[in-house]
Design a protein around this ligand. Sequence first.
Ligand SMILES: *Cc1c(COP(=O)(O)O)cnc(C)c1O
Length: 223
Amino acid sequence: MSSIADNLKRIQDRIASACARCGRDPASVTLVAVSKFHPAESVAEALAAGQATFGENRVQEAAGKFPGLRARHPGLRLHIIGALQTNKAREAVRVADVIESLDRPRLAEALAEAMAREQRRPGLLVQVNTGLEPQKAGIAPGALEDFLGLCRETHGLPVEGLMCIPPAGEDPAPHFALLAGAAARLGLRTLSMGMSGDFEEAIAHGATHVRVGTAIFGDRPAM
Ligand SMILES: *Cc1c(COP(=O)(O)O)cnc(C)c1O
């Protein structure tokens, strides 16, 4: 069994190689270590190995795990990457540095309200449903420009970029290309795409953030 530190080193090496293949600076890609379902001890192990940025799906789980670690690691950055209920918006704004799952007008409104109340402004990414999957969250690519306008003009939200989760079992490349094209057209700099199975492909398409869980922490314990 390999340790979390070994796994992190391997992933960083693979990120560097992927960057070299397409002439990118490895510093332009941030590894988001997805620690959902894994205990705070595993996160602490990753922190000790130099990993600073983490991703969690559930606000509740993140709120239980991270405040203690943050006190000891001021450089820690937490991304919320999972579906967010509007009644969790305030807690999300309290714990997150970036929320990657802004996916509907009602949530934009709730986050704007929460940011005003908490006097805290995490960065925001809009989740895009690149595969137009009915069961999946996200803004349809064709509705993105209007949604971005609503976020910025109506709610004054700090939207920095886009995020996607391509359909399972499909070639992710066209989805990464679609997301990168949309970001370029809309002048957005941050592109969160790519997971354990396809982060190198995502880097080739311009990912600035890759979200890797299993390849770092191993299989997720059953909940
Ligand atoms: C769980 C999760 C990941 C990490 O997936 P792995 O295949 O374990 O690397 C990335 N992004 C999101 C949105 C997730 O929910």
